[in-house]
Every structure is written in C-alpha cells, then in structure tokens.
Design a protein around this ligand. Structure first.
Ligand code: CP
Ligand code: NVA
Length: 300
C-alpha cells in the first residue's frame, strides 16, 4: 500500500491489517505505552474545506507517533492562487514524508499521488472519505465483535460517505443497503461494483432498506460545498431520517453511527442520536486510532 486515495484500492486483507494495527495502537495509547514509530517524520495536511475531527486526529496522531504535522490551509498556500497541484506535489515531496489532503475533486488527490513521491492520504473529497470508513469499520468490529455478516444501512444522500461505506462494507463482507431519493444516488460505478461483488440494495424506501439492519448510518443532507443547495436538499431529503420508526424495523440490537457533524432533526432525531451517543463518539475517537495505523503503514 503506497497511498490511501480510496478504499477501492485496498484489499480486504489490507483493511484488516490496518484495523488490527489500530487496535494495538489504541491499546498502547490507553495504557500509556509510547509508540514513536514515526520519529522525525513530518505530515503536511492540506485543507481546502473545514474540519474538526480530521485535522485534530491527524495532528495528535502524528504527535503520538513521535512525528509532527503541519496544517496547510489552501487560503495560505499558493495552490489557492492557482499553482498547479502537479508542482505543489513535487515541491512538498522534497520537504515532507507524507501528505493528507481534504479537497473537492478526487482527481486532485490522484494527481498529488501521481506527481509526488511521498504517500498521499485522502482526508475527504466529494467522492470518498476512506479515513472515516476505516474508523467506522473499527467501531463496528469493537461493538459487534465481527464485521462480516452485519447489515449496514445508510440513510440519506448518496455522497462521499455513502460511496466509501458501500466499498468498505462490501469488501468486509457486510450486506449494504442505501436509502436515498432517486436523484441522489451514490456513484453509479460503485453501485455496479457492489451489485456484482456482494449483497447490495439501493432504494428510495427507507423502511425496506433499514429492515433487519444491525448498523444504521447517516450523514448530512448538504455536504461541504453544497451550501447553496440547502433549501432544495431539505425538500428532497425530508423523511430521510434515522428516527424511532426506522429503529423499530432495524434489528433490536442495531447500532447507530454518524460521521459528524450532525444536524439534529434533519438526518437524525436528537433522541436517537443521544441514545446511541456512546457508539457515535467511539466512532469519532476511532478516527485517531485508525489513522495512526494508516500513517504507520504508509510512512514507516
Ligand atoms: N467526520 C469528519 O471528517 O469530520 P471533520 O469534517 O470534522 O473532519
Ligand atoms: N458528507 C459530508 C461529510 C463530512 C465529514 C461532507 O462532505 O461535508
């Protein structure tokens, strides 16, 4: 594994290896055992969009591993003034040991990997959010004991989260169902792959998608960059919510995950959110442990 651009590039074995290392690093951190595996290494973190979890967990992760992290806002970099990503990649490769980038176009992340000579990590694009899904898989394994055999139901926009959950879920042997309005489906190529490679369903019928689900997942109706579509999306997604009615058709022991930030009473009710807050905040914590494992795998 040279980069983490999208989960489609990883095998089930590579994902499992990351989760196992994450478990070990989490145990060591909880027990005060230092693991300065990346001593002297520097990660650059380019942000073209806002972030709480990704920024803090990568920065703390590098610190825990004995290295350091640089926060590079695109407002301050020349990339924000039009310097080509191909040049940025070649320059930053001379200074850094790895780059995490959060941006709009997946093609920009792929170009960094093509032109740079250091590992590139996708910290969210409009297409994918692989780091989040590694943390999600870690959380599912912790709470359920196993990943395989669970039914993961995602309710809401067929966005970056839906795309990455489909790939991660199917690769790890889960059944995956997506409940979304017809005009907001996940990436067609990813869906085609999912139909061919696992048990997959995409429907506008929320209760059908959620039936028997052991893991329910949702995300905002309007992602970063879609702020101008907010009103239109509120109409389109009305009812695409994890609430008591949806919980009633899911498996009795169903867990609820949300990548955060959450909009209460839109994609999830405050009641369901609070009833499952332990799972959701374990998930947020696991960003740290899962990403440390990725950093070690790529930068050691
Ligand atoms: N879930 C997630 O990526 O959160 P941030 O946008 O705060 O990084
Ligand atoms: N779909 C959301 C995820 C945020 C972590 C967005 O892209 O804004």
């Amino acid at each position: 594994m040279k980069h983490l651009l999208k989960l489609m590039d990883l095998t089930k074995e590579e994902i499992t290896d990351i989760l196992n290392l994450a478990d070990q690093l989490k145990y060591e951190k909880k027990n005060g055992i230092e693991h300065h595996i990346l001593k002297g290494k520097t990660l650059g973190m380019i942000f073209q969009k806002s972030s709480t979890r990704t920024r803090v967990s990568f920065e703390v992760g590098m610190y825990d591993l004995g290295g350091s992290a640089l926060f590079l806002s695109s407002n301050d970099l020349q990339i924000g003034r039009g310097e080509p990503v191909e040049d940025t990649a070649r320059v930053l490769s001379r200074y850094l040991d790895g780059i995490m980038i959060r941006t709009f176009e997946q093609a920009e992340v792929e170009a960094l990997a093509e032109y740079g000579s250091i590992p590139i990590i996708n910290g969210l694009t409009d297409y994918a959010h692989p780091c989040q899904v590694l943390a999600d898989l870690l959380t599912i394994r912790e709470h359920k004991g196993v990943i395989e055999g669970n039914k993961l139901c995602f309710v809401g926009d067929g966005n970056n989260m839906a795309n990455s959950l489909i790939v991660g879920g199917i690769k790890m042997g889960m059944k995956v169902s997506i409940a979304c309005p017809d005009n907001y489906r996940p990436d067609p190529e990813i869906m085609k792959w999912a139909y061919e490679n696992g048990e997959f369903e995409c429907t506008s019928d929320i209760l059908k998608a959620a039936e028997g689900a052991t893991v329910l997942y949702t995300d905002v109706w309007a992602s970063m960059g879609q702020e101008s579509e907010k009103a239109e999306r509120e109409k389109a997604f009305a009812g695409y919510q994890i609430n008591d009615e949806v919980m009633a058709v899911a498996a009795p022991e169903a867990m609820v995950l949300h990548c955060l930030p959450a909009h209460r009473e839109e994609e999830i009710t405050a009641k369901v959110f609070e009833e499952h807050a332990d799972e959701i905040f374990d998930e947020a914590e696991n960003r740290l442990h899962a990403q440390k494992a990725v950093l070690v795998k790529l930068m050691k």
